[in-house]
Design a protein around this ligand. Structure first.
Ligand code: BGP
Length: 480
């Protein structure tokens, strides 16, 4: 008998800004991601204050899911997906985020997408906001630093909830909301970078505006969950955290405490608000130590308490080490940095490969919250090369995913309630951290390259056939 639930959700994950393209088609407005140029592992991706004709903006065409959705969803169905994670591009629905009335052409597009999913027996899992903040809201309000964004977001949520009430059941509020606790989250997540132009990672940090913005996002997330529960009892509402697995590099108690501090801030600061309904015990001291004054309105505590999620979702790619011993510092990972772990290998982008870290994460999260979990991102970004036979033999990707699914099953045997698994970038798409196509995650290869060329044709990689068997056996057959 299979270790996993009979109704396990198997699928893949994407985000509108990284795969739809059609960035200004049918009335769509520019989002923050549309203002980001391409980059690579060594050349930083920029955010620009206006579209520069001499720069390349990978989200503008991406892999053009906008015009290929039928073909793509059919390929997902062929692999046996019963769930597909995608996001709605806020600026297709409200081009500046401030209109009173939604853009009908944008709404109609997602009708077509969800109907197509339905025809294939695929349940959509929809992220409401995945690094797609309307750019106009950055220009006018400095993003989420302003409380006005809560109303803009709620207008958007009410519109899409009502429109897709019979087509979508599973919703996530903000992608990786906890990225706002990191300086680089100011561009993609909190949108607190008004007037800045330069490398995404180079923005001078303003912690006060980031954490104030995060408070507004947490209130918006809770309000949206509360509203959904009150109006659409059928909906299942989830959060989404970039789960950080950190290990103390040494047994020095200072390393243990440093790791605990990082873990608290990165994992539990937002997670506790969204699952338990209140800031965790350490928040107050963190604010004090950092000179932060979080403006909370009367009623916010109640909203947070009443807007808790039904299930917890997260991304997991790699782990990192934490130390207070400066001489041991070095780089790894895209979001978290730390010294090298001598027990682990890393991807071409320096992200450690740590399947057991996933089992550890699942146990840690479930022990704290005890609600159903779902892994909504995981995978290996790699350079894919066509072989002499013209095919992509991505045994490295199969190896990565197999090892992670094995550990996921161990966690289920440990007693974790796991609902599903949607590996990231099930079809090749634009990288969030570097803005490149060369970092591929897909089961499906897309002929699209970093210089903007490519005819966008889709091809099945070896991992496509492998994942199909995994799904058909509900995770029992992981191949050799
Ligand atoms: C997560 C994001 C995704 C995605 C993924 C892989 O942080 O939610 O949008 O892109 O990371 O990262 P990257 O694209 O940088 O390889």
């Amino acid at each position: 008998m299979s270790v996993l639930r009979k109704d396990f959700l198997w699928g893949g994950a994407t985000a509108a800004n990284q795969f739809e393209g059609a960035w200004n088609v049918d009335g769509k407005g520019p989002s923050v991601s549309d203002m980001c140029t391409n980059g690579s592992h060594t050349v930083p991706k920029w955010v620009t204050a206006a579209i520069r004709p001499d720069r390349l903006y990978p989200s503008h065409e991406a892999i053009d899911f906008y015009h290929h959705y039928e073909e793509d969803i059919a390929l997902f169905a062929e692999m046996g997906f019963n769930v597909f994670r995608l996001s709605i591009n806020w600026t297709r629905i409200y081009p500046t985020g401030m209109e009173e009335e939604p853009n009908e052409a944008g709404l109609a597009f997602y009708d077509r997408v969800f109907d197509c999913c339905k025809r294939h027996g695929i349940e959509p899992l929809v992220t409401l906001s995945h690094y797609e903040l309307p750019f106009a809201l950055v220009e006018k309000y400095n993003g989420w630093e302003s409380r006005d964004l809560i109303d803009c977001f709620m207008r958007y949520c009410r519109t899409v909830f009502e429109r897709y009430r019979d087509k979508v059941r599973y919703w996530l509020t903000f992608n990786e909301i906890n990225i706002g606790t990191l300086p680089f989250g100011a561009v993609l997540s909190t949108g607190t970078f008004r007037g800045y132009e330069g490398p995404v990672h180079g923005l001078p940090d303003n912690k006060q505006s980031r954490f104030q913005a995060l408070h507004h996002m947490l209130v918006a997330s809770a309000l949206c969950v509360k509203y959904a529960h009150e109006h659409y009892p059928r909906f299942r509402m989830g959060n989404m955290i970039a789960y950080s697995v950190g290990y103390p590099l040494t047994p020095d108690p200072d390393d243990i405490l440093a790791n605990q501090r990082d873990t608290n801030l990165m994992n539990w600061y937002c997670g506790d608000v969204q699952v338990r309904g209140a800031y965790p015990h350490f928040a107050k001291r963190y604010w004090e130590d950092n000179g932060l004054h979080i403006q909370q309105e009367p009623g916010d505590a109640e909203i947070l308490r009443e807007g808790t999620v039904d299930f917890y979702t997260f991304s997991y790619y790699s782990s990192h080490c934490v130390t207070t011993h400066k001489e041991a510092m070095g780089g790894t990972g895209n979001l978290m940095f730390g010294p090298k772990n001598p027990y682990l290998k890393a991807s071409d982008w320096g992200w450690t490969i740590d399947p057991k870290g996933l089992r550890y994460a699942l146990n840690e999260i479930y022990a704290r919250y005890g609600i159903p979990l779902m892994i909504v991102e995981n995978g290996l970004g790699a350079f894919d090369q066509k072989d002499a036979d013209g095919k992509i033999h991505d045994s490295y990707r199969i190896g990565y995913l197999r090892a992670h699914i094995e550990q996921m099953k161990e966690a289920v045997r440990d007693g974790v309630d796991l609902m599903g698994y949607t590996p990231w970038g099930c079809i090749d798409l634009v990288s969030a951290s570097t803005g490149e196509m060369a970092k591929r995650y897909g089961f499906i290869y897309v002929n699209k390259f970093d210089d903007g060329t490519g005819d966008l044709t889709r091809e099945r990689k070896d991992s496509f056939y492998w994942y199909k068997k995994v799904i058909a056996s509900n995770g029992d057959d992981l191949g050799d």
